[in-house]
Design a protein around this ligand. Structure first.
Ligand code: CP
Length: 375
């Protein structure tokens, strides 16, 4: 996944005591992310995901181990974290990542804005922030599609930090990075995702990402938690019996039962769910002996996972949090310092030239190219 040449390149540059920014530039080369907005895992190509992992690697290997983690990569840039729902991991890691890269980070929540009591719409609120020349906006919202709606209107990069029951792409990236780190690959692995697939934006991104990277995915849960037809849409296998689903897998990924999203109405009781789908030490023994256990957090102990499993040597739950921080450092660097979406803008300008039907008109061609190259 991360080509061994890049690991070697990183090692050599690091041994030469090369500046961290030069190491990042060497690892990035001339590649840019193909999209300026990360709303869904579908926005990212396999090459985009590999680029993100390549840049995550030095942040994890070296940067976060430094006693002084401040680096001026995003000095003079403005980052807005706009969270309408509670968050511990995502919000803190985005804020910390922006601050470590020296961006000025502004936090807003639904209740702290004029939306709360003055009737301003979400779109007008975000347009207002955009008028203050933000360089990147991260947003969590309870409604599926909210991040896409603002991305359609706003020129700076938008990162979906979780929208309703739809997607949480940076969670999917950190999960895949954790799997890659533990197993050295993603392609060909057998991975079971257990629980409330229907309400889970984490599952929405992870299933798309894992299938894109060539893993075999099994979904296990009560039938009411599994969207109808998902097996055909994503090429996954569906099980209503966890003991069958977990057999010989490389990765056991437990989801949180989302009681706040009315998930309790889909199961007879939390106790019955836990009896059939909680990851217990005896169930974990049915997976491969070196299987890893993951959970996006926050965890419902004894419902999603037994505490012994959460704290066992196979558990990667804490590693996921560290990797979330490192993946978000890499993403901020690539989105704000890089020129994401350049390829598509070039295509767009070419289309415009073709539509003009006037390739000989040098002025029009030059204007279209300028529009295509502008952020
Ligand atoms: N996994 C996750 O999104 O956690 P938070 O809700 O704490 O951000």
């Amino acid at each position: 996944m991360i080509d061994v040449n890049y690991k070697r390149m990183y090692k050599e540059l690091n041994e030469k005591n090369e500046e961290f920014e030069k190491i990042l530039m060497a690892l990035k080369g001339s590649q840019e992310l193909s999209t300026k907005d990360i709303i869904s895992m579908d926005d990212l190509s396999v090459d985009d995901i590999k680029l993100i992992f390549r840049i995550t690697y030095p942040f994890k290997e070296e940067f976060i181990k430094r006693p002084n983690k401040k680096i001026p990569l995003l000095k003079g840039k403005f980052q807005m974290d706009f969270f309408f729902e509670e968050s511990t991991r995502t919000r803190t890691s985005f804020e910390l990542a922006g601050k470590h890269l020296s961006a000025d980070v502004i936090n807003a929540s639904g209740s702290s804005t004029s939306m709360a009591k003055k009737g301003e719409t979400l779109m007008d609120t975000v347009r207002t922030y955009n008028s203050m020349a933000m360089d990147i906006i991260t947003m969590r919202h309870g409604c599926s599609g909210a991040a896409q709606m603002i991305a359609n209107e706003i020129r700076c990069p938008i990162v979906n930090a979780g929208d309703g029951c739809h997607e949480h792409p940076t969670q999917g990236l950190l999960d895949m990075y954790t799997i890659y780190e533990a197993k050295g690959k993603i392609e060909g692995l057998d991975i079971v995702i257990v629980g409330d697939i229907l309400h889970s934006r984490v599952a929405g991104s992870l299933i798309r990402g894992l299938r894109k990277m060539g893993a075999r995915v099994r979904l296990a849960g009560p039938p009411t938690f599994i969207p109808y037809g998902i097996d055909k849409v994503f090429g996954v296998k569906v099980y209503d019996n966890l003991d069958e689903a977990i057999k010989d897998v490389d990765v056991v990924y437990a989801l949180r039962v989302q009681l706040e999203r009315a998930a309790s109405g889909f199961i007879p009781s939390v106790r019955e769910y836990s009896k059939n789908f909680c990851i217990t030490p005896s169930r974990l023994k049915m997976a491969k002996p070196d299987a890893i256990v993951m959970h996006p957090g926050p965890i419902n102990r004894e419902v999603d996972l037994r505490t012994e499993v959460m704290e066992c040597a196979q558990s990667k739950v804490e590693e996921q949090v560290t990797n979330g921080f490192c993946v978000r450092l890499a993403l901020l660097y690539l989105l704000v310092r890089g020129d994401p979406g350049k390829v598509h803008r070039k295509d767009a300008s070419l289309m415009e030239i073709i539509r003009c039907g006037n390739l000989k008109d040098k002025r029009k061609v030059s204007e279209a190219k300028t529009r295509g190259g502008r952020r």
